[in-house]
Design a protein around this ligand. Structure first.
Ligand code: XUL
Length: 518
Protein backbone atom coordinates (compact mmCIF):
# COMPACT_ATOMS: atom_id res chain seq x y z
CA UNK A 1 0.00 0.00 0.00
CA UNK A 2 1.39 3.41 -0.90
CA UNK A 3 -0.26 6.27 0.96
CA UNK A 4 1.47 9.60 1.48
CA UNK A 5 0.36 12.59 3.50
CA UNK A 6 1.19 16.22 2.71
CA UNK A 7 0.54 19.04 5.20
CA UNK A 8 0.64 22.79 4.69
CA UNK A 9 0.77 25.23 7.60
CA UNK A 10 -0.25 28.45 5.90
CA UNK A 11 -1.20 31.93 7.10
CA UNK A 12 -4.90 31.20 7.56
CA UNK A 13 -5.13 27.44 7.92
CA UNK A 14 -3.48 24.05 8.34
CA UNK A 15 -4.40 21.72 5.47
CA UNK A 16 -3.67 18.20 4.36
CA UNK A 17 -3.80 16.07 1.25
CA UNK A 18 -3.56 12.28 1.30
CA UNK A 19 -2.63 10.44 -1.88
CA UNK A 20 -3.12 6.76 -2.58
CA UNK A 21 -0.41 5.78 -5.03
CA UNK A 22 -1.89 2.34 -5.73
CA UNK A 23 -4.94 4.10 -7.17
CA UNK A 24 -2.87 7.12 -8.26
CA UNK A 25 -5.37 9.57 -6.87
CA UNK A 26 -5.98 12.11 -4.12
CA UNK A 27 -7.93 10.22 -1.47
CA UNK A 28 -8.67 12.90 1.10
CA UNK A 29 -8.27 16.63 1.70
CA UNK A 30 -9.13 18.69 4.74
CA UNK A 31 -8.36 22.02 6.34
CA UNK A 32 -8.46 23.71 9.76
CA UNK A 33 -9.13 27.41 9.33
CA UNK A 34 -7.56 29.17 12.33
CA UNK A 35 -10.12 31.97 12.70
CA UNK A 36 -13.04 29.54 12.41
CA UNK A 37 -11.72 26.86 14.74
CA UNK A 38 -10.25 29.06 17.43
CA UNK A 39 -12.86 31.85 17.15
CA UNK A 40 -10.74 34.54 18.72
CA UNK A 41 -8.81 32.40 21.26
CA UNK A 42 -5.52 33.71 19.91
CA UNK A 43 -6.76 37.19 18.97
CA UNK A 44 -5.92 36.71 15.28
CA UNK A 45 -7.76 38.01 12.23
CA UNK A 46 -7.11 35.96 9.08
CA UNK A 47 -4.56 34.04 11.15
CA UNK A 48 -2.41 37.05 12.01
CA UNK A 49 -1.85 39.72 14.65
CA UNK A 50 -1.35 43.21 13.20
CA UNK A 51 0.83 44.89 15.82
CA UNK A 52 1.34 48.28 14.14
CA UNK A 53 4.23 49.89 12.21
CA UNK A 54 4.28 47.05 9.69
CA UNK A 55 4.75 44.41 12.40
CA UNK A 56 2.72 41.28 11.63
CA UNK A 57 3.02 38.17 13.80
CA UNK A 58 1.19 34.89 14.46
CA UNK A 59 1.09 32.77 17.62
CA UNK A 60 3.01 29.52 16.98
CA UNK A 61 0.96 27.76 19.67
CA UNK A 62 -2.05 28.17 17.37
CA UNK A 63 -0.25 26.15 14.68
CA UNK A 64 0.55 23.52 17.31
CA UNK A 65 -3.06 23.21 18.43
CA UNK A 66 -4.21 23.00 14.82
CA UNK A 67 -2.06 19.90 14.33
CA UNK A 68 -4.04 17.98 16.95
CA UNK A 69 -7.29 19.34 15.48
CA UNK A 70 -6.34 18.20 11.99
CA UNK A 71 -5.48 14.64 13.00
CA UNK A 72 -8.64 14.45 15.12
CA UNK A 73 -10.65 15.60 12.11
CA UNK A 74 -8.97 13.04 9.84
CA UNK A 75 -9.66 10.27 12.31
CA UNK A 76 -13.29 11.22 12.78
CA UNK A 77 -13.67 11.41 8.98
CA UNK A 78 -12.67 7.74 8.90
CA UNK A 79 -9.15 8.14 7.48
CA UNK A 80 -7.00 5.14 8.41
CA UNK A 81 -3.90 6.94 9.66
CA UNK A 82 -2.07 3.63 10.16
CA UNK A 83 -1.93 3.16 6.38
CA UNK A 84 0.30 6.22 5.77
CA UNK A 85 3.88 5.36 4.69
CA UNK A 86 5.39 8.79 5.08
CA UNK A 87 4.61 12.45 5.63
CA UNK A 88 6.09 15.67 4.34
CA UNK A 89 4.82 19.20 4.45
CA UNK A 90 5.25 22.87 3.90
CA UNK A 91 4.79 26.12 5.74
CA UNK A 92 4.26 29.77 4.96
CA UNK A 93 7.74 31.00 4.08
CA UNK A 94 10.09 33.25 6.06
CA UNK A 95 8.25 33.12 9.45
CA UNK A 96 10.57 32.40 12.39
CA UNK A 97 9.83 30.38 15.54
CA UNK A 98 11.98 31.05 18.63
CA UNK A 99 12.47 28.08 20.98
CA UNK A 100 14.10 27.83 24.42
CA UNK A 101 16.31 25.07 25.77
CA UNK A 102 13.36 22.92 26.92
CA UNK A 103 12.34 22.10 23.36
CA UNK A 104 14.43 18.96 22.78
CA UNK A 105 13.30 17.37 26.06
CA UNK A 106 9.65 18.33 25.57
CA UNK A 107 9.46 17.03 22.00
CA UNK A 108 11.09 13.75 22.98
CA UNK A 109 8.73 13.10 25.89
CA UNK A 110 5.27 13.96 24.65
CA UNK A 111 2.48 12.26 26.59
CA UNK A 112 -0.25 10.96 24.25
CA UNK A 113 -2.94 11.47 26.87
CA UNK A 114 -2.40 15.26 26.87
CA UNK A 115 -2.77 17.73 24.00
CA UNK A 116 0.21 19.26 22.21
CA UNK A 117 -1.01 22.70 23.25
CA UNK A 118 -0.81 21.86 26.95
CA UNK A 119 2.59 20.24 26.64
CA UNK A 120 4.31 22.67 24.29
CA UNK A 121 3.05 26.01 25.59
CA UNK A 122 6.37 26.74 27.39
CA UNK A 123 8.87 25.87 24.66
CA UNK A 124 8.92 29.37 23.16
CA UNK A 125 11.41 32.11 23.95
CA UNK A 126 9.13 34.48 22.01
CA UNK A 127 5.39 33.90 22.15
CA UNK A 128 4.66 35.25 18.68
CA UNK A 129 6.40 34.66 15.37
CA UNK A 130 7.04 37.38 12.78
CA UNK A 131 5.60 36.17 9.46
CA UNK A 132 5.98 36.95 5.76
CA UNK A 133 3.52 39.88 5.93
CA UNK A 134 5.82 41.81 8.29
CA UNK A 135 7.37 44.92 6.72
CA UNK A 136 9.05 46.34 9.82
CA UNK A 137 12.71 45.53 9.12
CA UNK A 138 13.80 48.11 6.53
CA UNK A 139 16.61 49.31 8.83
CA UNK A 140 17.96 45.78 9.31
CA UNK A 141 17.84 45.11 5.55
CA UNK A 142 19.98 48.17 4.86
CA UNK A 143 22.41 47.24 7.66
CA UNK A 144 22.79 43.68 6.38
CA UNK A 145 23.38 44.66 2.76
CA UNK A 146 25.98 47.21 3.87
CA UNK A 147 27.77 44.70 6.10
CA UNK A 148 28.11 42.25 3.18
CA UNK A 149 29.44 44.91 0.79
CA UNK A 150 26.32 46.37 -0.81
CA UNK A 151 23.23 45.24 -2.71
CA UNK A 152 25.05 43.42 -5.49
CA UNK A 153 27.39 41.51 -3.19
CA UNK A 154 24.38 40.50 -1.10
CA UNK A 155 22.45 39.43 -4.18
CA UNK A 156 25.41 37.44 -5.43
CA UNK A 157 25.78 35.59 -2.13
CA UNK A 158 22.14 34.84 -1.26
CA UNK A 159 20.42 35.01 -4.67
CA UNK A 160 18.06 37.61 -3.19
CA UNK A 161 18.18 41.21 -2.05
CA UNK A 162 17.58 41.73 1.67
CA UNK A 163 13.80 41.59 2.03
CA UNK A 164 11.87 42.86 5.05
CA UNK A 165 9.89 39.63 5.39
CA UNK A 166 12.93 37.32 5.08
CA UNK A 167 14.06 35.57 8.26
CA UNK A 168 17.58 37.07 8.62
CA UNK A 169 16.47 40.72 8.93
CA UNK A 170 13.67 39.53 11.27
CA UNK A 171 16.15 37.69 13.51
CA UNK A 172 18.42 40.74 13.59
CA UNK A 173 15.51 42.95 14.66
CA UNK A 174 14.61 40.51 17.47
CA UNK A 175 18.23 40.53 18.66
CA UNK A 176 18.35 44.34 18.58
CA UNK A 177 14.94 44.92 20.21
CA UNK A 178 14.91 42.05 22.74
CA UNK A 179 18.53 40.97 23.35
CA UNK A 180 17.69 39.06 26.55
CA UNK A 181 15.04 36.91 24.86
CA UNK A 182 17.34 36.44 21.86
CA UNK A 183 20.06 35.06 24.15
CA UNK A 184 17.50 32.76 25.81
CA UNK A 185 16.70 31.28 22.41
CA UNK A 186 18.42 27.97 21.81
CA UNK A 187 16.88 27.13 18.43
CA UNK A 188 15.37 29.19 15.63
CA UNK A 189 13.09 27.30 13.25
CA UNK A 190 11.01 28.31 10.29
CA UNK A 191 7.29 27.44 10.24
CA UNK A 192 8.09 24.45 8.02
CA UNK A 193 10.86 22.94 10.16
CA UNK A 194 8.94 23.69 13.37
CA UNK A 195 5.97 21.53 12.34
CA UNK A 196 8.33 18.81 11.05
CA UNK A 197 10.13 18.86 14.43
CA UNK A 198 6.91 18.20 16.33
CA UNK A 199 6.03 15.26 14.08
CA UNK A 200 9.54 13.79 14.32
CA UNK A 201 9.78 14.41 18.09
CA UNK A 202 13.09 16.30 17.78
CA UNK A 203 14.34 19.64 16.43
CA UNK A 204 15.00 19.32 12.69
CA UNK A 205 16.89 21.39 10.16
CA UNK A 206 15.46 23.74 7.55
CA UNK A 207 15.54 22.49 3.93
CA UNK A 208 17.36 24.45 1.17
CA UNK A 209 14.06 25.57 -0.43
CA UNK A 210 12.89 27.39 2.69
CA UNK A 211 16.45 28.33 3.75
CA UNK A 212 16.70 30.29 0.48
CA UNK A 213 14.07 32.63 1.93
CA UNK A 214 16.11 33.51 5.01
CA UNK A 215 18.82 35.79 3.55
CA UNK A 216 21.21 33.53 5.47
CA UNK A 217 22.00 30.78 2.95
CA UNK A 218 24.76 30.85 0.36
CA UNK A 219 22.75 30.09 -2.78
CA UNK A 220 25.73 28.47 -4.55
CA UNK A 221 26.56 25.92 -1.81
CA UNK A 222 23.06 25.66 -0.25
CA UNK A 223 24.67 25.87 3.18
CA UNK A 224 24.42 28.56 5.87
CA UNK A 225 26.83 31.39 5.05
CA UNK A 226 28.96 32.16 8.11
CA UNK A 227 29.48 35.68 6.82
CA UNK A 228 25.72 36.22 6.78
CA UNK A 229 25.13 34.55 10.15
CA UNK A 230 27.78 36.71 11.79
CA UNK A 231 26.43 39.86 10.16
CA UNK A 232 22.90 39.09 11.36
CA UNK A 233 23.20 38.37 15.08
CA UNK A 234 25.72 36.95 17.59
CA UNK A 235 25.89 33.16 18.09
CA UNK A 236 23.34 32.61 15.35
CA UNK A 237 25.21 29.55 14.02
CA UNK A 238 24.57 27.84 17.37
CA UNK A 239 20.84 28.46 17.12
CA UNK A 240 20.37 26.94 13.65
CA UNK A 241 20.66 23.27 12.77
CA UNK A 242 22.55 22.43 9.55
CA UNK A 243 20.44 22.72 6.39
CA UNK A 244 18.81 19.35 5.82
CA UNK A 245 18.85 17.28 2.66
CA UNK A 246 15.31 17.60 1.22
CA UNK A 247 15.32 13.98 0.07
CA UNK A 248 16.55 12.26 3.23
CA UNK A 249 14.08 11.28 5.94
CA UNK A 250 14.40 12.94 9.33
CA UNK A 251 13.28 9.81 11.14
CA UNK A 252 10.15 7.97 12.22
CA UNK A 253 7.02 9.71 13.48
CA UNK A 254 7.01 10.51 17.22
CA UNK A 255 5.29 7.95 19.46
CA UNK A 256 2.87 10.71 20.52
CA UNK A 257 1.18 10.39 17.13
CA UNK A 258 1.30 6.60 16.92
CA UNK A 259 -0.29 6.24 20.35
CA UNK A 260 -2.79 9.09 20.15
CA UNK A 261 -3.90 8.76 16.52
CA UNK A 262 -2.83 5.28 15.42
CA UNK A 263 -0.09 6.20 12.92
CA UNK A 264 2.17 3.26 12.08
CA UNK A 265 5.44 3.42 14.03
CA UNK A 266 7.30 2.89 10.71
CA UNK A 267 5.79 6.08 9.21
CA UNK A 268 8.68 8.32 8.08
CA UNK A 269 8.89 12.11 8.32
CA UNK A 270 10.55 13.99 5.43
CA UNK A 271 11.91 17.54 5.77
CA UNK A 272 9.23 20.19 5.24
CA UNK A 273 9.79 23.13 2.89
CA UNK A 274 8.21 26.50 2.06
CA UNK A 275 4.71 26.59 0.61
CA UNK A 276 5.93 28.00 -2.71
CA UNK A 277 8.76 25.46 -3.27
CA UNK A 278 6.27 22.75 -2.34
CA UNK A 279 3.74 24.10 -4.85
CA UNK A 280 6.44 23.93 -7.52
CA UNK A 281 6.39 20.13 -7.12
CA UNK A 282 2.60 19.99 -6.61
CA UNK A 283 2.09 21.63 -9.98
CA UNK A 284 4.59 19.35 -11.69
CA UNK A 285 7.25 21.99 -12.32
CA UNK A 286 10.19 19.58 -12.14
CA UNK A 287 11.69 20.78 -15.43
CA UNK A 288 12.05 24.34 -16.73
CA UNK A 289 9.18 25.45 -18.98
CA UNK A 290 5.87 25.71 -17.13
CA UNK A 291 4.90 28.91 -15.31
CA UNK A 292 2.49 28.73 -12.38
CA UNK A 293 0.29 31.16 -10.56
CA UNK A 294 -0.92 30.63 -7.00
CA UNK A 295 -3.90 32.72 -5.91
CA UNK A 296 -3.83 32.48 -2.11
CA UNK A 297 -3.50 34.89 0.81
CA UNK A 298 -0.54 36.19 -1.20
CA UNK A 299 -0.53 35.74 -4.97
CA UNK A 300 2.67 34.28 -6.37
CA UNK A 301 3.87 33.66 -9.91
CA UNK A 302 6.71 31.20 -10.30
CA UNK A 303 8.73 29.09 -12.66
CA UNK A 304 11.29 26.31 -12.53
CA UNK A 305 14.86 27.11 -13.68
CA UNK A 306 18.09 25.11 -14.14
CA UNK A 307 20.24 27.75 -12.50
CA UNK A 308 19.50 30.62 -10.11
CA UNK A 309 18.51 33.63 -12.22
CA UNK A 310 18.41 36.65 -9.89
CA UNK A 311 16.20 39.72 -9.87
CA UNK A 312 18.50 42.75 -9.96
CA UNK A 313 15.71 45.25 -9.40
CA UNK A 314 14.58 43.49 -6.21
CA UNK A 315 11.20 42.46 -7.61
CA UNK A 316 11.57 38.73 -7.27
CA UNK A 317 13.21 35.92 -5.36
CA UNK A 318 15.06 32.75 -6.10
CA UNK A 319 14.63 29.58 -4.04
CA UNK A 320 16.20 26.13 -4.31
CA UNK A 321 13.71 23.54 -5.52
CA UNK A 322 12.95 20.65 -3.15
CA UNK A 323 13.72 18.31 -6.08
CA UNK A 324 17.38 18.79 -5.13
CA UNK A 325 18.52 19.94 -8.58
CA UNK A 326 16.50 22.91 -9.89
CA UNK A 327 15.64 26.41 -8.67
CA UNK A 328 12.50 28.47 -8.68
CA UNK A 329 12.02 32.10 -9.63
CA UNK A 330 9.15 33.76 -7.78
CA UNK A 331 7.34 37.04 -7.46
CA UNK A 332 5.09 37.58 -4.48
CA UNK A 333 2.16 40.01 -4.22
CA UNK A 334 1.00 40.56 -0.66
CA UNK A 335 -2.35 41.96 -1.76
CA UNK A 336 -3.72 38.69 -3.14
CA UNK A 337 -6.86 37.37 -1.50
CA UNK A 338 -6.45 40.17 1.06
CA UNK A 339 -7.28 42.70 -1.69
CA UNK A 340 -10.03 40.54 -3.21
CA UNK A 341 -11.61 40.17 0.23
CA UNK A 342 -11.23 43.89 0.98
CA UNK A 343 -13.26 44.76 -2.13
CA UNK A 344 -15.79 41.99 -1.60
CA UNK A 345 -16.34 43.18 1.99
CA UNK A 346 -16.40 46.90 1.14
CA UNK A 347 -19.30 46.32 -1.26
CA UNK A 348 -20.87 43.54 0.85
CA UNK A 349 -20.74 41.02 -1.99
CA UNK A 350 -20.81 37.23 -1.93
CA UNK A 351 -18.17 35.44 -4.01
CA UNK A 352 -20.94 34.62 -6.46
CA UNK A 353 -21.81 38.31 -6.84
CA UNK A 354 -18.08 39.05 -7.15
CA UNK A 355 -17.83 36.63 -10.09
CA UNK A 356 -21.03 38.06 -11.58
CA UNK A 357 -19.55 41.57 -11.41
CA UNK A 358 -16.58 40.33 -13.47
CA UNK A 359 -18.96 38.79 -15.98
CA UNK A 360 -21.02 41.96 -16.36
CA UNK A 361 -18.16 44.46 -16.76
CA UNK A 362 -16.25 45.01 -20.00
CA UNK A 363 -12.65 43.95 -20.57
CA UNK A 364 -10.44 46.97 -19.87
CA UNK A 365 -13.08 48.38 -17.47
CA UNK A 366 -13.63 51.46 -19.69
CA UNK A 367 -10.16 52.59 -18.61
CA UNK A 368 -10.96 52.38 -14.88
CA UNK A 369 -7.86 51.40 -12.87
CA UNK A 370 -6.99 50.82 -9.24
CA UNK A 371 -3.73 50.43 -7.31
CA UNK A 372 -4.94 47.76 -4.87
CA UNK A 373 -2.49 48.19 -2.02
CA UNK A 374 -4.99 47.68 0.79
CA UNK A 375 -2.02 46.50 2.90
CA UNK A 376 1.68 47.38 2.39
CA UNK A 377 2.78 45.70 -0.84
CA UNK A 378 5.82 43.49 -1.51
CA UNK A 379 5.84 43.87 -5.33
CA UNK A 380 6.29 46.72 -6.04
CA UNK A 381 7.53 47.71 -2.63
CA UNK A 382 4.92 49.98 -1.01
CA UNK A 383 5.46 50.62 2.71
CA UNK A 384 2.03 52.00 3.60
CA UNK A 385 -1.43 50.98 2.41
CA UNK A 386 -2.31 53.02 -0.68
CA UNK A 387 -5.47 52.57 -2.76
CA UNK A 388 -5.53 54.88 -5.78
CA UNK A 389 -8.39 55.01 -8.31
CA UNK A 390 -8.04 56.35 -11.85
CA UNK A 391 -11.14 56.96 -14.02
CA UNK A 392 -12.98 54.77 -11.55
CA UNK A 393 -15.91 55.77 -9.39
CA UNK A 394 -15.58 54.41 -5.86
CA UNK A 395 -19.35 53.92 -5.62
CA UNK A 396 -19.42 51.58 -8.64
CA UNK A 397 -19.01 48.18 -6.95
CA UNK A 398 -18.80 46.12 -10.15
CA UNK A 399 -16.17 48.31 -11.78
CA UNK A 400 -14.09 48.23 -8.59
CA UNK A 401 -14.18 44.43 -8.54
CA UNK A 402 -12.95 44.26 -12.13
CA UNK A 403 -10.34 46.94 -11.48
CA UNK A 404 -8.78 44.91 -8.64
CA UNK A 405 -8.54 41.68 -10.65
CA UNK A 406 -7.23 43.46 -13.74
CA UNK A 407 -4.67 45.24 -11.55
CA UNK A 408 -3.50 41.94 -10.08
CA UNK A 409 -3.27 40.27 -13.47
CA UNK A 410 -1.43 43.23 -15.02
CA UNK A 411 0.99 43.38 -12.07
CA UNK A 412 1.80 39.69 -12.59
CA UNK A 413 2.68 40.45 -16.21
CA UNK A 414 4.67 43.62 -15.55
CA UNK A 415 6.76 42.30 -12.67
CA UNK A 416 7.58 38.93 -14.21
CA UNK A 417 9.73 40.47 -16.95
CA UNK A 418 12.97 39.89 -14.99
CA UNK A 419 12.39 36.13 -15.15
CA UNK A 420 13.00 36.36 -18.88
CA UNK A 421 10.53 33.56 -19.55
CA UNK A 422 8.07 33.41 -22.39
CA UNK A 423 4.76 32.74 -20.62
CA UNK A 424 2.85 30.66 -23.16
CA UNK A 425 0.52 29.03 -20.61
CA UNK A 426 -0.28 29.43 -16.92
CA UNK A 427 -0.91 26.61 -14.42
CA UNK A 428 -3.10 27.95 -11.65
CA UNK A 429 -3.66 26.87 -8.05
CA UNK A 430 -4.82 28.41 -4.75
CA UNK A 431 -8.28 29.07 -3.31
CA UNK A 432 -9.25 31.78 -5.81
CA UNK A 433 -8.44 29.51 -8.77
CA UNK A 434 -11.95 28.03 -8.50
CA UNK A 435 -13.27 31.37 -9.76
CA UNK A 436 -13.38 31.02 -13.54
CA UNK A 437 -14.07 34.72 -14.13
CA UNK A 438 -10.83 35.68 -12.38
CA UNK A 439 -8.89 33.23 -14.53
CA UNK A 440 -10.43 34.65 -17.74
CA UNK A 441 -8.80 37.97 -16.94
CA UNK A 442 -5.39 36.33 -16.44
CA UNK A 443 -5.81 34.47 -19.76
CA UNK A 444 -6.62 37.75 -21.54
CA UNK A 445 -3.88 39.84 -19.91
CA UNK A 446 -1.18 37.21 -20.51
CA UNK A 447 -2.76 36.23 -23.83
CA UNK A 448 -2.28 32.52 -23.09
CA UNK A 449 -4.32 29.52 -21.96
CA UNK A 450 -4.84 29.02 -18.23
CA UNK A 451 -5.01 25.47 -16.83
CA UNK A 452 -6.61 24.29 -13.58
CA UNK A 453 -6.19 21.22 -11.38
CA UNK A 454 -8.30 18.88 -9.28
CA UNK A 455 -6.88 20.30 -6.06
CA UNK A 456 -6.52 24.00 -5.33
CA UNK A 457 -3.91 23.17 -2.67
CA UNK A 458 -0.76 22.42 -4.61
CA UNK A 459 1.50 23.01 -1.59
CA UNK A 460 -0.09 20.04 0.22
CA UNK A 461 -0.07 17.91 -2.91
CA UNK A 462 3.59 18.80 -3.52
CA UNK A 463 4.40 17.68 0.03
CA UNK A 464 2.64 14.34 -0.46
CA UNK A 465 4.47 13.88 -3.78
CA UNK A 466 7.83 14.57 -2.13
CA UNK A 467 7.07 11.87 0.43
CA UNK A 468 6.10 9.49 -2.38
CA UNK A 469 9.18 10.22 -4.51
CA UNK A 470 11.55 9.60 -1.59
CA UNK A 471 9.82 6.33 -0.68
CA UNK A 472 9.62 4.90 -4.19
CA UNK A 473 12.90 6.37 -5.39
CA UNK A 474 11.58 7.02 -8.93
CA UNK A 475 12.50 10.04 -11.04
CA UNK A 476 10.55 13.23 -10.42
CA UNK A 477 8.62 13.20 -13.70
CA UNK A 478 7.29 9.72 -13.00
CA UNK A 479 6.34 10.69 -9.45
CA UNK A 480 4.41 13.85 -10.31
CA UNK A 481 2.90 12.99 -13.73
CA UNK A 482 -0.27 11.14 -12.59
CA UNK A 483 -1.23 13.94 -10.19
CA UNK A 484 -0.32 17.10 -12.07
CA UNK A 485 -2.29 16.91 -15.30
CA UNK A 486 -4.76 19.80 -15.70
CA UNK A 487 -8.38 18.79 -15.04
CA UNK A 488 -10.32 17.77 -18.14
CA UNK A 489 -12.12 20.66 -19.88
CA UNK A 490 -10.74 23.14 -17.37
CA UNK A 491 -8.54 25.16 -19.70
CA UNK A 492 -9.53 28.77 -20.27
CA UNK A 493 -8.44 30.29 -23.58
CA UNK A 494 -7.80 34.02 -24.07
CA UNK A 495 -10.34 35.97 -26.12
CA UNK A 496 -9.21 37.07 -29.55
CA UNK A 497 -8.17 40.75 -29.57
CA UNK A 498 -8.10 40.94 -25.76
CA UNK A 499 -4.32 41.22 -25.73
CA UNK A 500 -4.37 44.35 -27.92
CA UNK A 501 -6.63 46.07 -25.44
CA UNK A 502 -4.41 45.09 -22.52
CA UNK A 503 -1.22 46.23 -24.26
CA UNK A 504 -2.60 49.78 -24.00
CA UNK A 505 -4.01 49.35 -20.49
CA UNK A 506 -0.72 47.90 -19.25
CA UNK A 507 1.07 51.09 -20.33
CA UNK A 508 -1.47 53.22 -18.47
CA UNK A 509 -1.23 51.01 -15.41
CA UNK A 510 2.56 51.32 -15.35
CA UNK A 511 2.23 55.12 -15.57
CA UNK A 512 -0.22 55.10 -12.66
CA UNK A 513 2.12 52.96 -10.54
CA UNK A 514 5.10 55.17 -11.38
CA UNK A 515 3.17 58.36 -10.53
CA UNK A 516 2.14 57.10 -7.12
CA UNK A 517 4.86 54.78 -5.91
CA UNK A 518 8.33 55.72 -7.08
C1 XUL B 1 6.80 34.18 -0.60
C2 XUL B 1 5.91 34.72 0.46
C3 XUL B 1 4.51 34.20 0.57
C4 XUL B 1 4.37 33.23 1.70
C5 XUL B 1 2.88 32.93 1.90
O1 XUL B 1 8.05 34.78 -0.63
O2 XUL B 1 6.30 35.54 1.23
O3 XUL B 1 4.06 33.64 -0.62
O4 XUL B 1 5.13 32.08 1.48
O5 XUL B 1 2.64 31.84 2.67
Amino acid sequence: MGKYLGLDSSTQSLSCCLIDNDKQRIEYESSINFDEYFSGDYGTTNGVLELGNGTVHSPPLMWVEALDMLFETMRSDGVDLSSINSISGSGQQHGTVYLNNSVTRKLANLDPSETLKVQLSHIFSRSTSPIWMDTSTKKQCIELENKIGGKNAFLELTGNTAYERFSGPQIRKFYQDEPKSYHETSNISLVSSFIASILAGKPTGIDPGDASGTNLMDISTQKWSHKLLEATAPNLAGKLLPISNPQTTIGKISSYFTKRYGFDSRCEILPFTGDNPSSLIGLGLVDPGRVALSLGTSDTLFACMNSPQVSHNGEGCVFASPDGKNYMALICFLNGSLAREAVRDAYRLSWQEFAQALKETPRGNNGGLILPYFSPEITPQVSNPCVVRHALNESDAKANVRAVIEAQAMASKIHSKWMDIDIHSLYVTGGASINEEILRIYADVHNCPVHRFETTNSACLGAALRALQEDIGCDWKTAVAPYTQPSKNSTIQPKTNASELYVELLKEYEILVAANIY
